[in-house]
Ligand binder design. Structure first.
Ligand SMILES: [Cu+2]
Length: 228
C-alpha cells in the first residue's frame, strides 16, 4: 500500500517548490513558528482523543459476560464536563497569545515615524502580467526585486488592473494587490539570498507568468546597486 502511494505523492510534490516552512526572514520565521505551534497543539489533541477512543472501544466492547446486561443510565458528569471545557479554553488561550502578538507585530501599521524613516520603501505595481518595482530614488525594475538584508522593508502595493497577490513564499505570507487602494506589507530582516516570488491570485490567462526574482543583498551592495 505504501509503495502504491509513493508515486502519486512524488508526482504531486514534484511541482511544489514552495518553501514556506524554510523561511528566510524574521517575518517568515514567525509565521512558520505559528504554523508549527498550532500543528503541535492539534497533534496533542489528536493523540489524546485517539488513544482514549481506542481505549473505550476496547474497554466497553461486547463480551460473553456483558452480552445480556444493559449499561447504567448516566446523566451528566460535572467533573468531566468542567475538565474538558477548561482544557479547551486553556488550549485556545495558549494558541491565542503568540498568534495575537505576532499578528500585531506584523501589522503593516508602523509603530513609529522613526520605524517608517528607517525602513526601506519599495512601490510595487502589479499588472497583467508583470511586476514593477520602484525604489526610493526613482529607480525602476521589472520582475526583478532587489532589497537589502537585515532591514525592515515596506512594500507599497497597488494594482493597475485586477486583483493580484504579492507573494515571496520564503520571505513571508501573501498580500492582496488591489486596484485603487494601496496596501502595505512589512517585511522584517530578510536574509541574503535569491528567492522566487509570484502572483498568488488567479488574474487572467497568463497568470502563471507573473513571477519575479527577489535578490536580498548586503546593505552596501544595495546602495551601490541603487546608484547604477
Ligand atoms: Cu496576477
Amino acid at each position: 500500500m505504501k509503495k502504491l502511494l509513493t508515486i502519486p505523492i512524488l508526482l504531486l510534490l514534484a511541482g511544489c517548490d514552495i518553501n514556506v516552512l524554510d523561511a528566510k526572514s524574521e517575518t517568515g520565521q514567525d509565521q512558520a513558528f505559528l504554523i508549527w505551534f498550532s500543528f503541535g497543539l492539534m497533534m496533542i489533541v489528536l493523540v489524546v482523543v485517539f488513544v482514549l477512543f481506542a481505549r473505550f472501544v476496547w474497554k466497553y466492547r461486547e463480551t460473553d459476560q456483558n452480552k445480556h446486561t444493559l449499561p447504567k443510565d448516566v446523566k451528566g458528569n460535572k467533573k468531566l464536563e468542567i475538565t474538558w471545557t477548561t482544557l479547551a479554553i486553556l488550549l485556545l488561550v495558549v494558541l491565542a497569545v503568540p498568534t495575537v502578538a505576532i499578528t500585531y507585530d506584523q501589522s503593516p501599521v508602523l509603530s513609529s515615524s522613526e520605524e517608517a524613516e528607517q525602513a526601506v520603501h519599495v512601490n510595487v505595481t502589479g499588472q497583467q502580467f508583470f511586476w514593477t518595482f520602484e525604489y526610493e530614488n526613482g529607480k525602476e525594475t521589472t520582475n526583478k526585486l532587489v532589497i537589502p538584508a537585515n532591514k525592515t522593508i515596506v512594500f507599497h502595493l497597488i494594482s493597475k488592473d485586477v486583483i493580484h497577490s504579492f507573494w515571496i513564499p520564503q520571505l513571508g505570507g501573501k498580500t492582496d494587490v488591489l486596484p485603487g487602494k494601496e496596501l502595505l506589507y512589512k517585511l522584517k530582516n530578510p536574509k541574503e539570498g535569491t528567492y522566487e516570488g509570484k502572483c498568488a491570485e488567479f488574474c487572467g490567462v497568463q497568470h502563471t507568468k507573473m513571477q519575479f526574482t527577489t535578490r536580498v543583498v548586503s546593505n552596501e551592495e544595495y546602495e551601490n546597486w541603487l546608484k547604477e
